[in-house]
Design a protein around this ligand. Structure first.
Ligand SMILES: [Zn+2]
Length: 109
């Protein structure tokens, strides 16, 4: 039997349950997923498997875009929805962080 997990806030007992969790902070998009919830204060915690499962659900926010070209550089256009969601405007800086040969992250600075 698994050890009882304790809430870091109030030391109450965490129980495995289902709850609605925002798939991306501030997105207003909620999904029901498995979490650990404190029976005392209601704090919700996710373990790494639960976080992975939730990440899969953020796939709904994925967008496929065709690269454009400007001079010698390739241009990735950011759709209006994302622009608004992240509060991006012209002249703002973002960071491009290479992860591997198939992936990089565009981080809002
Ligand atoms: Zn608690």
């Amino acid at each position: 039997m698994a050890k009882k997990m304790r809430c870091y806030k109030c030391d109450g007992t965490l129980e495995r349950t289902k709850d609605k969790v925002e798939v991306l902070e501030g997105s207003g998009l909620f999904e029901e997923t498995e979490v650990f919830k404190c029976g005392k204060c209601g704090e919700v915690l996710l373990d790494s498997d639960q976080i992975k499962a939730l990440r899969k659900k953020t796939d709904v926010l994925k967008i496929r875009r065709k690269l454009g070209i400007s001079g010698n550089a390739l241009v990735l256009r950011i759709p209006k929805d994302l622009q608004k969601f992240y509060g991006l405007e012209e002249e703002d800086f973002v960071e491009i962080i290479p992860i591997n040969k198939h992936r990089f992250i565009v981080e809002v600075a």
